[in-house]
Design a protein around this ligand. Structure first.
Ligand SMILES: [Zn+2]
Ligand SMILES: [Zn+2]
Length: 501
């Protein structure tokens, strides 16, 4: 699809452009009146009024600020120039596919399963879904926050802010050259393929939101482009721009081959993968696995006999080379931090929810630490927000905590130096541009934080101190969530419910 053309050389009149976009969306909504228009996500009939509503909120907030607020290159104003031009371009493409208003049913090919027109419309609906998510993420409630947007993966956040500053959007070519300083991209077809994966809204630009999604999908950061190459470019199971319904339809052809599978970026939960597969009894299931690198999920699924034949093909690419760089962050605790905890008869590494296990996982993007058992139990209780600060849980990262070693070199690397890796429960650290952590929330009954308050614990705490000075054993990443398949099967029902209803 053609990139949006940003009007240059003429005075940009934002209110007028916003008004024009709203009128276009209204017309398109009327054109989408045919009852045969798909209702499963991404549904244009659902997305168009919601996008219009968001744009009205943006217009209102911009009016209220009378053009004030953070502007400058790559700020709210520049973003809206790119966004509205792209929205207009994509709206016109949809309008050209749909039957004219008042003439329903004149274009039957559009509603025939597997037709070219229907595929085009499904792709455009996905782009609209991405555009809606992007606008909502950068203008929550209409108010611009691109300059403070927090990327989920900490190294991706550091990269963006160091190279792009407070900008929330930049042209692809500029972004590509910046990315090359850290992750070299081969020019030519490789760079084109990368652009089509990152640029979710097909605007010719990269926004901080799109980069966040990309770095979540293709984590871990150190091998970002190698992951992308093995999982997207070379993998026959990867399906870009495919909807839930299209996955169901595609796997119909493999129903007699259990273990057939394909995977696509989820459109209802951007930044996560949805994997469709044929089960042993020949039924087609779709699941959103918990936040972990995709290669780990695929390797585990292969071992368990779920993901054997990508797109029905016998050759299943070997992804074990990606396991070599374990995304295992070390958190170093300084002497000062240790003493702070000892003073209250606790320890830094002890999980503050169960007070039994050590912290071994970090919630992203807020950075709160807890043990993986508690996180799994918390998420099983259907809570998708951090138990400490209620920030949305967008990801998780296995961590291991290193105690102060009385060696000056080690002691100088504190949790604070590592950006986001420290314990925020006591409000002692803040991360990047995140809002200051509110105090911990009142405990839930099922997961009550228990502080060591009994006399017994108070007495043993000092005795335990010398042992704390040695590093803890590295928890193995594969063992953190004890029952990934349990979570997966629970999500199957939910994914079906959210993406198919
Ligand atoms: Zn715990
Ligand atoms: Zn948190």
């Amino acid at each position: 699809m053609a990139a949006a053309v940003v009007p240059r050389g003429r005075r940009w009149e934002e209110p007028r452009a916003l008004g024009r976009a709203l009128r276009l969306l209204k017309l398109l909504e009327e054109q989408c009146g045919d009852p045969r228009m798909a209702l499963s996500p991404p549904s244009l009939r659902d997305l168009l009024p919601r996008t219009a509503q968001l744009l009205r909120e943006v217009a209102q907030a911009r009016r209220a600020a009378s053009g004030g607020g953070p502007e400058g290159p790559g700020g709210a104003g520049d973003f809206l120039v790119v966004y509205l031009a792209n929205l207009e371009a994509k709206s016109r493409q949809v309008a050209a596919l749909l039957p004219p208003r008042g003439r329903r049913g004149s274009n039957d090919e559009l509603f025939r399963e597997g037709s070219r027109l229907r595929r085009q419309l499904a792709k455009l609906a996905l782009i609209f879904s991405h555009m809606h998510a992007e606008l909502g993420a950068l203008f929550p409630g209409g108010k611009y926050c691109g300059h403070t947007y927090q990327l989920t993966k900490a190294p991706a956040h550091t990269f963006w802010r160091e190279h792009c500053g407070v900008r929330c959007v930049l042209p692809w070519t500029e972004f590509e050259s910046l990315l090359c300083t850290c992750h070299p991209v081969e020019a030519g077809s490789m760079a084109l393929a990368l652009r089509s994966t990152i640029d979710l809204t097909c605007s010719g630009h990269v926004s901080i939101f799109e980069f966040d999604i990309f770095t979540r999908l293709f984590q871990p950061w150190p091998t970002l482009l190698r992951n992308w190459q093995l999982l997207a470019v070379n993998h026959p199971g990867y399906m870009a721009f495919l909807t839930y319904d299209e996955v169901q339809a595609r796997l119909q052809a493999c129903r007699d081959k259990p273990g057939s599978y394909i995977f696509r970026p989820s459109c209802t939960r951007l930044g996560q993968w949805a994997i469709g597969y044929v089960s042993v009894d020949g039924s087609i299931l779709q699941t959103i696995p918990p936040n972990r690198p995709l290669f780990q999920v695929l390797l585990e699924g292969r071992k368990n006999g779920f993901y054997l034949y990508p797109d029905g093909k016998n050759h299943n690419p070997d992804l074990t080379e990606l396991c070599q760089t374990e995304p295992h962050q070390r958190i170093h605790v300084s002497e000062e931090q240790l003493q702070l905890y000892w003073a209250v008869d606790s320890t830094f590494e002890l999980c503050k929810i169960c007070a039994e296990s050590n912290k071994d996982v970090r919630i992203e993007p807020c950075g709160h630490l807890l043990c993986s058992r508690c996180l799994a139990a918390w998420q099983r209780s259907d809570s998708q927000t951090c138990p400490f600060c209620r920030c949305e849980i967008k990801g998780r990262e296995a961590v291991s905590i290193y105690q102060f070693q009385e060696k000056p070199a080690e002691a100088s690397v504190t949790a604070k130096d590592l950006g986001d890796s420290s314990d925020q429960e006591d409000g002692e650290l803040e991360q990047g541009q995140a809002a200051p952590s509110p105090p911990p929330l009142p405990p839930r009954l099922d997961l009550s934080p228990r502080r060591p308050t009994s006399e017994f614990q108070l007495q043993v705490a000092p005795l335990a101190l010398p042992r704390l000075r040695t590093p803890l054993p590295l928890p193995r990443i594969g063992t953190v969530a004890s029952a990934p398949w349990e979570i997966t099967s629970r999500l199957q029902a939910r994914e079906g419910a959210t993406e198919n209803s």
